[in-house]
Design a binder for this molecule. Structure first.
Ligand SMILES: [Zn+2]
Ligand SMILES: [Zn+2]
Length: 316
């Protein structure tokens, strides 16, 4: 099959990569669309030391696997738990110490014609949700993860730092709680996109220091953390969403002095994301910049790496 392969040094299209095989645990999905995410770009900078086929945002149809889902349109959770350990028994395969992660850790991903996924990780895509929407399920689930971790009440003042794809999705999801959400970013065009969803926006150059109950750091850059920290009210909450391959160098005294609760937040559950897509309570397709053929995947990644690119998709 065709697949984009990262060898630790460069990304190249292979036309003869082995097709994954199904077994009693793994199903095989024929990929329709895959999304390039900032985490993929971090991988190409060395994040996780990954080798193989990247890609963890996808929608496709089951080509091999349990009969009841065969041929069905699916999306898949990306953490492959062992199924045996304490974390897995508590339904937290996202934290299984023996997990592999699709396209990130010890498992090939979705920048290919076919991808293997544990059948238990797959979720059916409702008919009303298009492929172009469904491919956002994974990053949208990551935004919903915040609501699993932080109790937000109507009227809470929330700041989302970062106007990229994740910042956009986080702002939209947090707004569903009735909280008062403000997005702060560097890019006028991206903020405009967020503003259209009903979220208040502030351009970084217009920022005057203010305090919020909850601040979500989703800039994807180490420098965002300091500003985020300075905008949390005493006893407030800071949610860290960016995965960055560089080390953070940050002065932690404000965390102690202001008794700030710091929460790391990563992958989330798919059902709330699929439900929001079905109800159209969030809007994701305006985030799409361009759809490339998998054959042009190297160009697609180059495009995604460019300053200010929105979501780049690959059609397998
Ligand atoms: Zn991602
Ligand atoms: Zn486990």
């Amino acid at each position: 099959m065709r697949a984009l392969v990262w060898d630790g040094d460069k990304l190249a299209l292979s036309s003869s990569y082995h097709v994954p095989a199904a077994d009693d645990r793994m199903a095989v999905v024929k990929v329709n669309l895959a999304g390039i995410c900032s985490t993929d770009l971090q991988i190409f900078k060395g994040y996780m030391g990954f080798r193989g086929v990247p890609g963890h945002e996808f929608v496709g149809s089951v080509s091999e696997g349990p009969r009841d889902i065969l041929g069905k349109r699916v999306v898949g959770e990306i953490n492959f738990g062992c199924g045996q350990c304490e974390a897995c028994r508590r339904d937290l395969n996202r934290h299984c110490p023996n997990r592999s992660v699709m396209g990130i850790l010890n498992a090939d991903g979705a920048f290919a014609e076919y991808v293997a996924v544990p059948a238990v990780n797959l979720h059916l895509v409702p008919d009303k949700v298009s492929d172009e929407e469904a491919v956002f399920t994974e990053p949208l689930a990551a935004a919903f993860e915040i609501l699993e971790q932080v109790q937000l009440d109507p009227g809470d003042q929330v700041l989302v730092l970062g106007d990229g794809k994740l910042g956009n999705l986080c702002a939209q999801v947090l707004r569903l709680t009735g909280a008062s959400v403000t997005a702060l970013g560097k890019h006028e065009d991206k903020l405009k996109l967020i503003k259209r969803t009903g979220v208040r926006t502030i351009l970084l150059t217009d920022w005057t220091p203010r305090l919020f109950d909850v601040v979500v750091e989703a800039t994807g850059s180490p420098s965002g953390l300091e500003l985020a920290l300075s905008a949390v009210r005493p006893r407030g909450t800071l949610v860290l969403k960016s995965t960055i391959s560089d080390n953070h160098d940050v002065f932690l005294a404000p965390v102690v002095i202001n008794e700030i609760t710091v929460i790391g937040s990563r992958c989330g559950l798919f059902p709330p994301a699929l439900e929001a897509l079905e109800e159209k309570s969030v809007s994701v397709t305006p985030l799409i910049e361009k759809v490339y053929s998998l054959n042009d995947g190297v160009d697609a990644v180059r495009h995604a790496t460019g300053q200010g690119a929105r979501k780049i998709l690959l059609r397998a």
